[in-house]
Design a protein around this ligand. Sequence first.
Ligand code: FRU
Length: 496
Amino acid sequence: MKLTNETHEQKVQQATLGVEARKKQIEAARYRLNYHFMAPSGWINDPNGLIQHKGIYHLFYQHNPYGADWGPMHWGHAVSKDLIHWEHQPVALAPSEEYDFDEGNQEIGCFSGSAVSKGEELYLIYTGHVEGKSPKEVQAAAYSLDGVHFNKHSQNPFIEKPPEHLSQDFRDPKVWRHNEDWYMVVGSSINGKGAIPLYTSKDLIDWTYEGEALTAEENQGDMWECPDLFPIEDKHALIVSPMNMSNGKNIIMVGEMNYEEGKFTPESVKEIDNGNDFYAAQTFEDEQGRRILIAWMDTWQTDFPTKSEGWAGAMTIPRQVVLDDNRQVKLLPVPELQGLRENYQCSEKVHLNSNEVVDITRDDVDHSFEMLIDFDLKDTESYGKIGMELRASNDGTEKLIVYYDLKTKELVVDTTVAGGDTHPGINKTKLDVQDNLTLRLFMDRCSLEVLTADGEGWITNRIYSDLNNKGTRLFTEGTRVAVDKVETWFLKKVIE
Ligand code: FRU
């Protein structure tokens, strides 16, 4: 039964026109990013339905096309041939049916989910959400032959309610294929602890509940959003976005999946990224067999200064998930990003004494660069700090500080004096280094992603400091250090 006379197709058209109309208002926006994915206008949160289907990468996302605040959830859509250059598509899903729409109610919509290829068809599996209804969350599907226009399935919702002992929070289905069957995990909770119910199906519509693949330990959050369970090399990994976890926001567990019993047994757990702005990570396997991860480069517990510019929210750079020799997760920026490099600059053999600051001249085009900083630690002390000040004001009062603390063995991103509307905080991660440390930085107009050259220690933050702050300075505190090289490439603007 439809609740208004408008069909899904009409609502999709209306939403797509809305995005286009609003886009004009934000053309002059200060903080629009150069190479991180954003919607043309309006609000975005979680990446959804990541997939490479018939050779083309698809990125769907939680989207309010009607404004820069969270609101009725649509699925925005973009496609790419290389994960870097994205082409915006019409809105893919709009709230339109009784299980995802309710006239006048703003807390509704097509919530997060995933995509699979079923033969020639592209299937989207998502949560229909209507706040105030019981049950408020159900699972639904939509399909498309051309990869642009989606029809909601006539048998929706294919799961009408959560199993009895689970809470009413029951969302974000992630579907994958194992042997002859489809498997699906859903985010939920049992008695105030995160839980991941598992389902199986032969046809994507008729699903059997198999029990919980995993439930949370104490202190791992009271609800698990956006689960993602996937094979990686000889292991499986489970990503969840826990709500109200005191010491974590988005965790990854590596372990064993027993498909006969439907149970996942974690052997290790860690935070995927220790920055302030990282949530709802989702992965997919591409046609080269790479496991690629993209996350929402924001968080619910923060302000969105770009709302006044008519947009809010962006995605991280795509990162390849790999396991090291100890079966620990590492994330590598996809090599396609190197195609954006131009205007190479290099400072070599810079020696800093203790408590020294050295300017690195950078022909800064647009706060849009990749930087590799190669520290030689053989003659440093076993205490003190070595690092880089970025986006520093001329008088030095405002700066973004990235450093390695030799005593505590922590990589730190300090945004407390970054200035502007930057969320102030100290973000850190343990990092054991020996004779050298190479830091890799991806800076864009309002974001910074920091990692080591071999894919550890990720810290992602949104930076809303004054765009006139252009100082870049190496510094030491309490120790000397030799810097072999500071290499910088300007990264081209590829996203409107
Ligand atoms: C995670 C989340 C999901 C939900 C979506 C709604 O950020 O809360 O659980 O499906 O956002 O937009």
